[in-house]
Design a protein around this ligand. Structure first.
Ligand SMILES: [Cu+2]
Length: 334
C-alpha cells in the first residue's frame, strides 16, 4: 500500500513540478543538476535523501496547489468587487453589515485548510526528529568563516574545510564558491548524524539535496540527520548571516561507497568504530553532551581550534583540537 501511495505521490509531484516549470517557461526540469544549483533553474533542487523527497512532496503537492488556488480565488473576488460594486455599476450600496453564514464559512474554511496542511507538516517535522540509529556521526563546527569537521566515532580529529580558491576550482572543474578544500565524506545509503555547533557567532549548516538546515549556535549542540541515496558530491552553504565572509564558507559532502569511505577514514588517520573498542565511547553518549562527542578524540591538545579567531564565547568547555592542529587557511578569493 505504501509503495503505491509513494508511486502516486511521485507521479503527482512530478506532474505538478513539471507543470509549474512549463508554465514559467524555465529551463528543463529534468536536467536540474544533482547536488548543486542549476543556472536559470526555478524548481527545488532534486533530493537524494528520504527527508528531502518528503519535503519536496509537501511543497509541490500540498502547499503549492493550495497557495495557487487561494491566490486565484482571492483574485476572482477582487475582480468581482471591482466590476460589480464600483460607484458607476452600483451607485446605491446595500446597508447590511453582517452575514452569519458567510462569517462562519470564512472562519471555518481557512481553519480546515490549516489543519489539513498541519497533518503533512507535523508528519514531516516528526520525521526530521525521528533519527534512525546513526552509522556515522559528524560534528560540524561553524567558524568565521569556514567549517571544521570531526568524526568522533571514527577518531578523526577536527579538520578545516575552506572555500576552494577560484583558480583551483577552475583547474579541478568544480563549482567555485561551492567547492571546498576538504569536504565531508560519508558512505552511501547510511544514516549520517550531523551534530552542529558554532564557535564564534551563529552559523547554519544547510545542504539542500539532503533537505537539511540546522543552526550552528555557540554553546549549543544541534542535531540533524540524512541518508544519501546516491554517490556524488552535494553542496551547501552557511545559511545564517555570520559576517563579511558569510557567502564564502560553502559545504561540500562527498557521498562514496563503503570501501571508499573506509579508505578515506584510514587516510585521515581514523579507525572504524568497533575495530578498536578500547577507547571508543558508546556512540549513544555523543548525542547527549557536546563534550562527550569530543571524548573520542585522541588527546586533549593544547592549541585552540582556530588560532586566528578570538577565544570562542562558548560557555561550556570547547572541544579541544585533535592531535593535528587545524591549519587556518587564509580566507580565500575574497
Ligand atoms: Cu554564515
Amino acid at each position: 500500500m505504501k509503495s503505491s501511495f509513494q508511486g502516486w505521490r511521485a507521479r503527482a509531484g512530478g506532474a505538478l513540478a513539471g507543470l509549474s516549470t512549463a508554465l514559467m517557461g524555465a529551463a528543463a526540469w529534468a536536467s536540474d543538476r544533482l547536488g548543486e544549483p542549476t543556472p536559470g533553474g526555478i524548481d527545488l533542487q532534486p533530493g537524494v535523501s528520504p527527508l528531502r523527497h518528503e519535503a519536496i512532496f509537501f511543497h509541490n503537492v500540498i502547499l503549492l496547489p493550495i497557495i495557487t488556488l487561494i491566490t486565484i480565488f482571492v483574485l476572482i473576488l477582487l475582480v468581482i468587487v471591482m466590476v460589480r460594486f464600483n460607484k458607476r455599476a452600483n451607485p446605491v450600496p446595500a446597508k447590511f453589515s453582517h452575514n452569519t453564514t458567510l462569517e462562519v464559512a470564512w472562519t471555518l474554511i481557512p481553519v480546515l485548510i490549516l489543519v489539513f496542511i498541519s497533518i503533512f507538516s507535523f508528519r514531516l517535522l516528526f520525521a526530521y526528529n525521528d533519527m534512525p540509529k546513526p552509522d556515522v556521526t559528524i560534528k560540524a563546527v561553524g567558524y568565521q568563516w569556514y567549517w571544521g569537521y570531526e568524526y568522533p566515532d571514527h577518531k578523526i580529529g577536527e579538520y578545516v574545510s575552506n572555500i576552494l580558491p577560484e583558480d583551483k576550482a577552475k583547474a579541478q572543474g568544480v563549482p567555485f564558491r561551492l567547492a571546498v578544500t576538504d569536504p565531508i565524506v560519508v558512505p552511501v545509503n547510511k544514516v549520517v548524524r550531523v551534530q552542529v555547533t558554532g564557535a564564534d557567532v551563529i552559523h547554519a549548516f544547510a545542504v539542500p539535496a539532503f533537505g537539511i538546515i540546522t543552526d550552528a549556535i555557540p554553546g549549543r549542540l544541534n542535531e540533524t540527520w540524512f541518508k544519501a541515496e546516491k554517490v556524488g558530491t552535494y553542496y551547501g552553504n552557511c545559511r545564517e548571516l555570520c559576517g563579511v565572509d558569510h557567502a564564502f564558507m560553502p559545504i561540500a559532502v562527498k557521498v562514496v561507497t563503503q570501501p571508499e569511505f573506509d579508505a578515506w577514514v584510514a587516510s585521515k588517520g581514523g579507525t572504524v568504530p568497533g575495530a578498536a573498542p578500547a577507547a571508543a565511547p558508546p556512540p549513544a553518549a555523543a548525542s547527549v553532551a557536546p563534550n562527550a562527542a569530543a571524548a573520542g578524540t585522541p588527546a586533549a591538545a593544547t592549541s585552540p581550534v582556530n588560532p586566528a579567531a578570538p577565544a570562542p564565547a562558548t560557555p561550556e568547555p570547547k572541544a579541544p583540537a585533535a592531535a593535528t592542529p587545524a591549519p587556518k587557511a587564509p580566507a580565500a578569493a575574497n
